[in-house]
Design a protein around this ligand. Structure first.
Ligand code: GDP
Length: 473
């Protein structure tokens, strides 16, 4: 489970929020022997709507800190605890306004929690008058901490928990618990009627070895888009986020700082390591892997080992993948015609070979330096994202299932598995469950056939699609 840690000066209501999040569940209290003091950290499973996450309450660390500075106290909290967390709920008191101690905590977090998502929570908001403007004023003040928009809530009354849920959901989307109910399986498609996820901001990672032209490509794309580049208020340079609007949607570039900074000093062939980490990939919805056409034309294979690794990993992690072959301008002219042809044919073939489980991964050939093909890159990225977000109504899937079952020539007729229902349980990436009667299991061949048909019939080529099976009586 992803882990949240509650941090804030004493008396802001960390334990109250902890208790509300874990409801009546059992909280584990364990000791972290550190230096020569023993501190307690409460550890529980939070339940917030359809979200589950682990939550750690640092309130126990306050015991010996009443006299000391909050910095000393939070600093005493082991780096280990913070390292476990995927996000921090940084609590302040809505009514008290920002106190010097809050600023200290903020400062400390900026140094020690860079790379961890920090959400400012203004607790005790029920004490503020929504209409007199005091809530707005307090929010404005909290915003100056530099961690984005604060959430006003009341751990005591439960006010604002929906807002907390709405903020956490995109962060935890891969951990949403899907409870399958009979009616979900038979309905006329409640999944399909839900809000259109593809309108949510797209998180794009542009990855590739140094010098393949990532920065140049990014600049070409941004050329005609309104850009917001630069550190957000108060964040370290590591957290530089680039955001732009493309055809009316927000696109965030993931880990841009990583390569913008690193590529300049680190031009070694193996320095793809930063983008290879799962953590970075998991933040992206779509990964654009940039290759260098000139290198391809010289080499025996189109993709270097590191590039194969990252392409595979992106797909295994369920991300959308778009391959961009850059520097096509270097293969212009008659003398290069053969080479040009070879690159255009070789890349898609090789990708198919190294990632056999996903057919039709889009490949775009561009010249970032001449600005050619940048629009196709964005078109493919958005197209991939929309497919990745698709939600297919159960009724439609089951009509499809009946057709497809009759189309398939099952090897052993007597042992033909009967799929009772077929339903999509999750989008981003599309994930389906086939409910199979009895104890029969679908073979790999059956699953491959189903996946292939699903992709063809619903135009889901190029993205990872998952089918799971469950037995029903
Ligand atoms: P990054 O390390 O992946 O961000 O690569 P850069 O964008 O810094 O580009 C590395 C080098 O390749 C620079 O000298 C660019 O001018 C050059 N470059 C980038 N794109 C192209 C392209 O489409 N054609 C050519 N010929 N050179 C390019």
């Amino acid at each position: 489970l992803p882990t949240a840690i509650l941090i804030g000066r004493p008396n802001v209501g960390k334990s109250a929020l902890f208790n509300r999040l874990i409801r009546r569940r059992e909280a584990l209290v364990y000791n972290t022997p550190n230096d020569h003091v023993t501190r307690d950290i409460r550890d529980g499973v939070a339940k917030l709507g359809d979200l589950r996450f682990r939550v750690l309450d640092s309130a126990g660390l306050e015991a010996e800190a009443t006299s000391g500075s909050v910095l000393g106290r939070t600093a005493a909290m082991t780096g280990e605890v913070l390292a476990k967390a995927q996000f921090v709920l940084f609590l302040i008191d809505a009514r008290d306004g920002l106190q010097p101690m809050d600023l200290d905590v903020g400062k400390w977090l900026r140094i020690h929690a860079s790379g961890i998502k920090i959400i400012v929570v203004m607790n005790k908001a029920e004490l503020l008058d929504q209409f007199s403007g005091s809530l707005a004023a307090a929010s404005g003040e909290a915003y100056t901490l530099g961690f984005g928009d604060p959430i006003a809530l009341s751990a005591e009354t439960g006010l604002g928990m929906t807002e907390l849920h709405a903020t956490l959901r995109p962060i935890l989307e891969d951990y949403v618990l899907h409870v399958l109910k009979e009616e979900d399986l038979q309905d006329s498609g409640s999944l399909g009627d839900e809000e259109d996820d593809s309108k949510l901001p797209l998180q794009l990672a542009i990855v590739g070895r140094p010098n393949v032209g990532k920065s140049t490509l990014l600049n070409a794309i941004l050329l005609e888009n309104r850009v917001l580049v630069g550190p957000e208020a108060g964040l370290t340079r590591d957290s530089i986020r680039v955001q732009f609007q493309y055809e009316g949607r927000s696109v965030y570039l993931v880990d841009t700082a990583g390569w913008l900074e690193r590529t300049k000093q680190d031009k070694g062939p193996s320095s793809l390591s930063i983008v290879q980490s799962r953590k970075h990939l998991m933040r992206a919805h779509v990964v654009a892997l940039v290759l260098d056409a000139e290198e391809i034309s010289k080499g025996r294979r189109s993709m270097k080992h590191a590039e194969v690794v990252i392409a595979r990993r992106a797909v295994e992690e369920g991300r959308g993948l778009v391959v961009v072959v850059n520097k096509m301008d270097l293969l212009k002219g008659k003398q290069n015609a053969k080479m040009y042809e070879r690159v255009i044919n070789a890349v898609p073939e090789e990708i198919q070979t190294v990632i056999p489980q996903v057919t039709g991964i889009p490949v775009v050939f561009v010249s970032a330096i001449e600005g050619k093909g940048r629009l196709s890159v964005m078109r493919q990225v958005i197209d991939t994202y929309e497919k990745w977000c698709v939600r297919l109504p159960t009724a439609r899937l089951n009509r499809w299932l009946r057709k497809v079952m009759s189309r398939h020539s099952w090897k052993d007729q007597s042992a033909q598995p009967k799929i009772k229902y077929f339903t999509q349980v999750k989008a981003r990436p599309p994930t389906f469950v086939a409910f199979v009667s009895g104890k029969v299991e679908l073979s790999d061949t059956d699953l491959r056939f189903l996946t292939k048909s699903l992709k063809e019939d619903f135009d889901l080529g190029g993205i990872p699609v998952r089918i799971m099976q469950r037995n029903v009586v």
